[in-house]
Design a protein around this ligand. Structure first.
Ligand SMILES: [Zn+2]
Ligand SMILES: [Zn+2]
Ligand SMILES: [Zn+2]
Ligand SMILES: [Zn+2]
Length: 799
């Protein structure tokens, strides 16, 4: 997903292999500027364009009337079956394929408003009605929609507005003359019913609603750092040759303390699984939902009724405002490149959006400065020693790369630009692939007539459609070459500095009362301040996201002087040291964190291998690991089994579990339980009781019982799962927090009041450390608590 599609990677590899050896050697040591210069000379524009055109066909991102029809009809079918949620999504798909301002798109919005009404989303329904009206909804159909508007307003308690909407309908009907057809008769009947409802409500005014939200949430204590934007004053920015830039605690930090809040400099939504896997031989349009349909392409908020892009069918937004801002800042340049950017992967897309957001002036300033730096590395230091620019002794950060002239490190393009690209450490072949890709993007910008827009050199009619430019020599202009060079730098930086924005997404059937959430990668972003943190396999912070903003909190006590560590992915609780080191090699360093040192040097076994171990199939003692064979640790038994046969057994077991989950999806809960219990029996014969899979099975059983409303059984199984998660991740880990959250829901649903309250308490304590008191999960927990405390005494005493 991050890198280009496989076919393009293979094409680049073939081109690389076919180059003259001498040229390959030159490219291997070339600077970014020279890589680009040499590369541009090598390009065969027609060949590359043809290869990419072919690949882009698989990810159509343009508007297609036939697709719109398909989705609208599918939406109507679902609406007929009262599957309103699915209908909303399908009408959104349909709208994304219609032209703005067309009657067709207004019909999509009107239909969607009906589905939203049934789902009880009255506010959003009103927005859709307004959209339908503004996009030219056919006049003769208007009364029905206006009536829905009145109903919505009524449901929202806005009586005067509802009455006004009703008189508008009446006027409309009166103007259209006498109506005799039955459809209008029903309309009139409904109209009079609504009038009565409004009248009744008016005559018995409801008590003014209590001002809720009286539990005023203190905004968290926060004192900003003088020299690092968005960071707490208890951190300091240090720099040394070994560790590079890094953050250190300048005073003792308490668990849960807020250390950093940063808005992404740039982020690009990941299209999600499935989008590129589509087989072109299947139906041309897919009703499968991906990230691209679920989240706003600008602010990453969850979408209910999306606003489509005016130009493509791919980009969707939470509001007209997001659509307009995205369009102005970057999407008008990206829109016609949709398929190409999907083909070349998210890193290329982030690189492009980064330079678009920075603007040509800033990009070329920094690119040129970097050329000077390449020529004379000492220049910079010499300048710094000049008396008028002596290092600021107070902050001591002036010499740190990426800081501005006042010695302040800010989330800016300058900071992004100064993230390390490690140009000399990437394989030359990889650099070649990245170079081909960014040049392809710039070529297409040029061919689409977008060069002026990209370089911020547009004349007044900035909203007019770009004219396709006359086919020039195919050579990139010097300005676009500068943009391409910066993009190449960013693509290379992303390998080490890309930060995934993740959210907890609901998974599974979704109809159970217990929401099963798992973390999903939503977007890829640059966070220049967050990027200052080095990696450890046992980090001392947690990162959580809200929209495109990241918040970092201490997950444990951090004594003054200790470095702040982020985990880039390989965590000691999830992987063995060898696996971790292998994954970390992409960041060009060898991890020397405490967990790695312990496991590498003192023969301490990894927590993962100890806990995910096998047990003897014959006597159930633990198995000792040898090369290819595992031997029973019980000398009297002496059974030995090949590693291969055990892992085959494990795979079979995973297959069976998957089958059970499919049964659950098909609402065959009883069969799912049967199969899961059988799996558990099987697993008990060869897996250690703490094996993660044992926990997963308990978790699945809890989920099945919850869908059946058997809360006690569900709670019992979940408690077992929690014990195992605790062994793996520790009692105050965020993983335990999520499990306790689920348990709280189950106990809440089962009216186990006192247990629910104590579980809520534990979940709150843990989750507020990792995610903060404002997170949605904490708020849901507090709602549950309020609800339980308000229950009548009689129920409370029963439990
Ligand atoms: Zn948005
Ligand atoms: Zn677009
Ligand atoms: Zn490590
Ligand atoms: Zn044995």
């Amino acid at each position: 997903m991050a890198l280009p599609v496989e076919e393009w990677r293979l094409y680049a590899a073939r081109r690389w292999a076919a180059l003259e050896p001498a040229l390959r050697e030159r490219l291997a040591v070339a600077s970014l500027q020279d890589t680009l210069r040499l590369g541009c000379g090598l390009l065969r524009p027609e060949v590359e364009a043809a290869v990419l055109r072919q690949l882009c066909r698989r990810v159509p991102a343009g508007k297609e009337p036939a697709a719109a029809r398909f989705y609208r009809e599918e939406g109507n079918r679902r609406f007929g079956r009262r599957q309103y949620g699915a209908a909303v999504r399908l009408y959104s798909q349909a709208a994304s394929h219609e032209l703005p301002g067309s009657p067709e798109v207004s019909v999509c919005f009107a239909n969607r408003s009906a589905a939203l009404f049934h789902l009880g989303h009255f506010e959003v329904c009103l927005e859709d009605i307004a959209r339908a009206e503004s996009h030219g909804y056919p006049d003769r159909l208007l009364p029905k929609v206006l009536l829905r508007k009145a109903e919505c307003l009524l449901c929202l308690g806005r009586l005067q507005d509802a009455a006004n909407a009703l008189s508008a309908v009446e006027n409309k009907i009166a103007m259209d003359g006498i109506m005799t057809n039955p459809a209008h008769q029903t309309l009139l009947k409904k109209l009079s019913q609504l009038k009565i409802k409004i009248h009744k409500k008016e005559s018995c005014p409801q008590p003014a609603r209590e001002a809720c939200g009286d539990i005023q949430r203190d905004s968290e204590f926060w004192e900003e750092n003088d020299s690092i934007s968005g960071a707490s004053s208890s951190l300091s920015l240090n720099f040394d040759m070994e560790r590079g830039r890094h953050l250190v605690a300048s005073q003792d930090i308490q668990p849960g303390q807020n250390l950093l809040k940063e808005e992404a400099f740039v982020s690009v939504l990941c299209p999600g699984e499935g989008l590129l896997l589509q087989d072109s031989s299947e139906t041309p349009w897919d009703t499968q939902v991906t990230n691209a349909d679920l989240y706003c392409h600008r602010c990453l908020r969850q979408l209910l009724a999306s606003v489509p892009c005016r130009g493509c069918s791919y980009a969707k937004y939470c509001s007209q405002n997001c659509a307009d801002v995205a369009w102005e800042r970057y999407h008008r340049m990206e829109c016609s490149l949709g398929a190409l950017l999907l083909t070349l992967g998210v890193f290329c897309h982030v690189a492009l959006r980064t330079v678009l957001l920075a603007g040509f002036a800033e990009v070329s300033r920094l690119v040129e400065r970097s050329h000077d730096g390449d020529k004379d590395f000492h220049n910079h230091e010499a300048r710094c020693k000049h008396p008028s620019e002596a290092p600021d002794m107070r902050t001591g950060t002036r010499g740190v790369p990426g800081c501005n002239d006042n010695g302040r490190y800010q989330s800016s393009y300058q900071a992004v630009f100064n993230l390390l690209p490690h140009a000399e450490k990437h394989s030359p072949e990889h650099k070649f692939l990245c170079m081909l890709s960014v040049v392809a993007v710039c070529k297409q910008l040029q061919e689409a007539g977008l060069e002026a827009a990209v370089l911020n050199q547009e004349s007044s009619e900035k909203w007019s459609k770009p004219e396709a430019c006359e086919k020039t020599s195919g050579e990139l202009s010097p300005e676009l070459k500068i943009m391409a060079e910066a993009m190449l730098r960013h693509v290379l930086q992303l390998q080490c500095n890309a930060q995934a924005i993740t959210v907890m997404q609901e998974s599974g059937s979704g109809d159970g009362a217990v929401v099963n959430k798992k973390p999903v990668r939503l977007a890829t972003a640059f966070f220049p301040v967050l990027s200052l943190l080095n990696h450890s396999c046992c980090p001392n912070i947690s990162v959580s996201f809200s929209g495109t903003a990241a918040t970092v909190r201490a997950s444990q006590l951090i004594p003054s002087g200790q470095e702040i560590f982020h985990c880039y992915g390989p965590h000691r609780c999830r992987m063995r040291v060898a696996e971790r080191q292998q994954l970390l090699s992409q960041y060009f360093f060898e991890c020397r964190c405490q967990a790695c040192l312990d496991e590498l040097e003192s023969d301490v076994k990894s927590v993962v291998s100890v806990r995910n171990s096998f047990r003897c199939p014959s006597c159930r003692a633990s198995m000792q690991v040898g090369e290819d064979m595992l031997c029973c640790s019980n000398e009297a038994c002496a059974v030995s089994v090949s590693r291969e046969s055990l892992s085959r057994r494990l795979q079979d077991l995973q297959q069976q579990i998957k089958k059970a989950l499919e049964l659950l999806k098909d609402r065959k809960a009883d069969q799912a339980i049967k199969l899961l219990l059988k799996c558990q029996m099987d697993a008990g014969n060869f897996l250690s009781p703490e094996h993660l899979l044992m926990g997963e099975m308990e978790d699945h059983l809890a989920q099945v019982y919850a869908t059946l409303g058997k809360w006690q059984e569900a709670a019992r199984h979940l408690e077992r799962s929690i014990e195992i998660v605790e062994v793996h991740h520790g009692p105050s880990s965020v993983e335990i927090g999520h499990e306790l959250f689920k348990l709280a829901q189950i106990l809440f649903n089962g009216f186990a009041v006192s247990e629910a309250l104590s579980t809520i308490q534990r979940a709150e304590e843990i989750l507020s450390v990792h995610c903060g008191p404002q997170s949605t999960q904490i708020q849901e927990l507090q709602e549950m608590k309020t609800c339980l405390l308000e229950l009548p005494r009689s129920i409370l005493q029963r439990t």
